[in-house]
Write a protein that binds this ligand. Structure first.
Ligand code: PEP
Ligand code: MG
Length: 585
């Protein structure tokens, strides 16, 4: 028996047989062709495109059967890549200009794209480059007449062990219900494979480094992706322990499901509201089953990046309208593109000395207004159901809000002129994530309807701590006295002008920081949908009045360590089992 550690990215516990999956990339050699063969190569390419499209359509259909209508968005992205004439034009151009076979031309184009993506540190680009490689690998397999679908593992439920696995192969196995769990040497936390696994509740661990060297086909595996480990050939005693854990986890999930349907009230009947953050449209179909009473943050930049920056007003309009209908009568908050910094436009990478303080979000779009206006028009147009709100990220000064209002007025006029304005104005909000914006609140009573606190960036910019740098992550704390002070200031300033505020950063989905926010008087929270049941579990077991008393005492302390210790200790004195009974194991 051996134990292999990994990073738990989709929680669950399962036991089953291992299936090693090595999607070995073939070596493709540069083979020159004569000019007369160019036509034949292009014909081969086009046949392979047709075949690949048919395969992706089938995967898409199968996936929709188990995940709902829009769920197969991820595969749709790959399908669109093959419809993208630009990508195919480049492959055709390479065949013609370099006089090479289609396989080599595909490899050349892939290399070029991956080079662009690898210059961008953001994890979402890893997902994007995986999609391009995945679809081009399929294309090459179809050129060679060996369908990649047939090189996927045989039937039977298995725990898949691989170096990495492409989203389309993962989707094929998941939709056939063949996948019990996933163990990957590498992988990315935000890769589409992982998003699919999470959505379907398939346990997964990543970063095991060399699981594929230590596991053989057919080995019995106990995968514990709550604690981040896989046990190979467990002894009968360990297997018995794991079976107990599986049962405990099942009960825990049942309990969470019940909790997620409870009313949003503390023990002393104080009302709160829990909403979901989403990145991809299909998530809107499942967030309500996790207990979300609305979508508090739709990070649309993922849509923009996935669509290769060419998403039209019409396409966006259809997407937003559908999500608004899915979530109705609850609100849908659509945040305009928060690009720049680590979420840059790969087609035009900018070189900035200090991107975190540079051209980002509304700053980018006030310079180049067209894509911004298109998005605003699509959002306004989609609001026939009346539950859409628009949210602008990274606001620094009031001049930006005036400029945005101007663009909104133009957009409305144009839509009215075209007869496509639904007659219902969207409510307008800004994110409070640059500390300076907090000072603007009192001046915004007439031009802003609501606020949303981006605690991830607010901490980053207040404490001068890069949110993605693990060397300084010890400083990235919601308990810093300055951060607590600014949160209290936000609460009182927003009350002063009688508006609503939601907290939508990570801390809203973490039980202890979220309790602190509740005690400060915040009532609207938006988080990863998977966290909702747990937060509801703690919120429904405390008294708001008591929590408020504890939070009022936090000003006595000058260090984050004291604040955290005092807050937790005081909570546990009142509610001894509040925090540990919700951890699964
Ligand atoms: C935040 O900054 O807290 C936030 C919600 O936005 P993002 O994480 O997308 O920057
Ligand atoms: Mg932010």
């Amino acid at each position: 028996m051996i134990r292999i550690k990994g990073k738990a990215v989709s929680p669950g516990i399962v036991m089953g047989r291992a299936l090693l999956y090595n999607f070995e990339k073939e070596v493709i050699r540069a083979e020159n062709i004569g000019e007369k063969s160019v036509e034949k190569e292009i014909w081969r390419l086009e046949n392979a495109v047709k075949k690949s499209q048919a395969q992706l359509k089938k995967i898409n259909r199968d996936l929709q059967k188990i995940m709902g209508k829009d769920a197969a968005f991820i595969i749709e992205t790959q399908y669109l890549l093959l419809k993208d004439s630009h990508l195919l034009d480049e492959i055709r151009g390479t065949i013609q200009n370099k006089l090479v076979k289609a396989e080599w031309a595909i490899k050349e184009v892939e290399k070029k794209y991956l080079k662009i993506f690898h210059t961008i540190p953001d994890l979402s680009f890893k997902a994007k480059s995986n999609d391009i490689s995945d679809v081009l690998t399929r294309l090459i397999a179809n050129l060679k007449k060996s369908s990649p679908a047939t090189s996927a593992p045989q039937p039977g439920q298995v725990i898949l062990v691989a170096d990495d696995i492409s989203p389309s192969v993962a989707a094929t196995m998941m939709s056939n219900k063949r996948l019990l769990g996933l163990v990957l040497n590498k992988g990315g936390e935000t890769s589409h494979t992982v998003i699919l696994a999470r959505t379907l509740g398939i346990p997964a661990i990543l970063d095991t480094v060399n699981a594929t060297d230590s596991i053989f086909n057919g080995d019995t595996l106990a995968l514990d992706s709550v604690n981040g480990e896989v046990i190979v050939q467990p002894t009968p005693e360990v297997a018995a322990e794991i079976s107990l854990k599986i049962e405990k986890f099942r009960l825990y999930k049942e309990q969470l499901k019940k909790l997620s349907q409870l009313p949003e009230l503390t023990l002393d009947q104080h009302q709160f509201h829990l909403h979901a953050n989403i990145e991809l449209p299909f998530e809107s179909e499942i967030v309500q089953s996790y207990g979300a009473q609305g979508i508090g943050l739709f990070r649309t930049e993922f849509l923009y990046l996935d669509s290769k920056m060419s998403i039209s007003e019409e396409e966006q309009y259809l997407i937003y309208k559908k999500i608004a209908q899915n979530i109705f009568p609850h609100p849908l908050v659509i945040r305009t593109y928060d690009l720049g910094r680590d979420k840059s436009d790969p087609a035009a990478p900018r070189h900035e000395e200090n991107p975190s303080l540079g051209m980002m979000a509304v700053r980018l779009f006030l310079k180049d207004r067209e894509p911004f206006k298109i998005q605003i028009k699509a959002i306004m147009r989609a609001n026939a159901s009346g539950n859409i709100r628009i949210l602008f990220p990274m606001i620094t000064e009031i001049e930006e809000i005036h400029a945005i209002r101007e663009i909104m007025a133009e957009a409305k006029k144009e839509l009215q002129g075209a007869g496509t304005y639904p007659g219902k104005d969207v409510r307008v909000g800004i994110m409070l994530e640059i500390p300076a914006a907090v000072r603007l609140i009192r001046h915004l009573g007439d031009i802003i309807d609501f606020f949303s606190v981006g605690s991830n960036d607010l901490i980053q910019y207040l404490l001068a701590v890069d949110r993605n740098n693990s060397d300084v992550s010890y400083l990235f704390s919601p308990y810093h006295p300055a951060f607590i002070h600014i949160l209290k200031e936000i609460r009182s300033e927003v009350d002063r002008i009688g508006k609503e505020v939601t907290i939508c950063g990570e801390m809203a989905g973490q039980p202890v920081p979220a309790l602190m926010l509740l005690g400060m008087g915040f009532t609207n929270f938006s988080m990863n949908a998977l966290a909702i049941a747990e937060i509801k579990g703690v919120f429904t077991r405390i008294h708001y009045a008591r929590l408020r008393k504890i939070v009022n005492q936090l000003d006595r302390f000058g260090s984050r360590t004291e604040i955290k210790t005092f807050f937790k200790k005081s909570l546990l004195e009142l509610y001894p089992d509040l925090l540990d009974s919700h951890g699964p194991l």
